[in-house]
Ligand binder design. Structure first.
Ligand code: SF4
Ligand code: SF4
Length: 411
């Protein structure tokens, strides 16, 4: 239809104001290439890379155009036709797509990170000492955990006297290697409900970085490994604390393996953490209500919430995290303006287009600042990395927490 409505919502177009950066422009370019009217050249590859996959255009398109799927299919076609750059190929198919090499290299990195990274004074983050491809020197980098989550909890069954069915936990790479505190906070919440919890130890990357880069071969391999691991566990419910992993399991796996009943079955077992916490019978019992004499005399802490695109637009989970935050004693929930606007992370978008990603992030940080919130909560590890970088770049004293961490902090 080429109506141009997507121009009003695209965060990339808002910054670049070029037709080629909005869905309509990219789709027109892809159409011309598909019909053989245009040759693929570096500029067309750059244009196709200028998408966060945030789906704001899809949500706003009254003609039902699935722009993100078309853009991702174009990326796949480009990779099939021209291959990937060496750094991309190394990271995706040689690094992410390994069960032993990635943890081993990251373990070595955890021990040696002081040689390459230096502490940011007064903050919990790091900066690069030397330039590295795809990583800007001014970027805020969280340190690799001394002990990865799965090293401590992987494959160990935790038994409780609770009543809900036993569950598995898919932790995801960022939580495993960078933020094990999210995994521990999630385990604590699961222990409050389920009769037994087991963090799957044979889990790997969900595959989303490969999907975003158009490397569908690696994506399929990673997905199949996770599907096999869940099948082997025999569990009926697998809890996922990262929105992007949940999106991969629930939307991408069934789409890519569309004729495979087995994949649909596994996908239906995946439950995102805020949905799990809101489900009966324990809808409001995640926090022990404080009695009036336990409540601090000081005023409540202002907390706001950022909607991850994959959780809100792709999985339709918007109210559940808010409902939880609003019932926690000690929290004054404040809504930011445009909470579902993308933070600019976009999978690997903030690696390949860091300066543009920071401009998109600026608007998000302004919305957060305007609320006066001391804490911003979100449910996606990619968004958390981005928001932490934003707080650092802007010198804001706002804490970025996962929902599970926020619940723990106020319990
Ligand atoms: S993608 Fe949808 S909103 Fe954008 S120009 Fe096409 S029809 Fe209009
Ligand atoms: S998915 Fe987001 S970034 Fe990509 S074209 Fe649509 S609105 Fe723009």
């Amino acid at each position: 239809m080429k109506c141009g409505s997507c121009r009003s919502v695209c965060p990339v177009f808002a910054e670049l104001e070029r037709e080629s950066s909005v869905a309509r422009g990219k789709l027109a370019l892809i159409e011309e290439i598909a019909e053989g009217k245009l040759e693929v050249e570096k500029r067309s590859e750059d244009i196709i890379s200028l998408c966060l996959g945030c789906s704001a255009c899809v949500e706003n398109c009254s003609n039902g155009v699935r722009a993100v799927e078309i853009i991702m299919a174009a990326r796949e076609a480009l990779v099939n036709a021209k291959g990937m750059s060496l750094p991309q190929r190394t990271v995706l198919s040689r690094f992410l797509n390994t069960t032993r090499l990635m943890p081993a290299l990251l373990k070595t990195g955890s021990l040696l990170q002081g040689l390459f990274l230096k502490r940011i004074p007064g903050e919990s983050g790091l900066h690069l000492r030397f330039p590295l491809p795809y990583l800007d020197k001014k970027r805020f980098i969280p340190p690799l955990a001394e002990k990865f989550f799965l090293e401590q909890y992987g494959g160990k069954e935790i038994k409780t006297d609770r009543e809900r069915e036993r569950v598995g936990y898919f932790v995801g790479c960022v939580t495993n290697y960078l933020f094990p505190s999210i995994g521990e906070a999630t385990l604590n919440l699961l222990k409050e409900r389920s009769t037994s919890i087991i963090a799957l130890d044979e889990q790997g990357c969900c595959g989303l970085p490969a999907y975003g880069a158009g490397d569908m071969q690696t994506f399929r391999e990673l997905a199949l490994r996770n599907i096999k691991s869940i099948e082997k566990s025999g569990l009926n419910e697998i809890i996922v604390s990262c929105s992007s992993c949940a999106f991969a399991f629930k939307k991408l796996y069934p789409k890519i393996f569309r004729d495979d009943e087995r994949v649909n079955k596994i996908s239906s077992k995946i439950v995102e953490i805020s949905q799990y916490l809101n489900a009966p019978p324990a809808a409001t019992s995640y926090v022990q209500p404080a009695t009036s004499d336990q409540l601090p005399a000081t005023k409540k802490v202002k907390v706001t919430y950022h909607d991850p695109c994959h959780l809100n637009r792709e999985l339709g989970i918007k109210n559940e995290p808010r409902e939880i935050l609003k019932t926690i004693p000690g929290i004054e929930f404040v809504e930011m303006s445009n909470p579902s606007r993308c933070c600019g992370s976009g999978g690997s978008f903030n690696l390949s287009h860091y300066d543009l990603s920071l401009k998109i992030l600026d608007k998000k940080m302004e919305s957060i600042r305007d609320t006066g919130a001391e804490i911003v909560v979100t449910n996606c590890s990619g968004c958390m990395l981005q928001l932490k970088d934003g707080a650092h770049q802007k010198g804001m004293k706002v804490e970025v927490l996962h929902l599970a961490e926020a619940i723990k902090a106020f319990s």
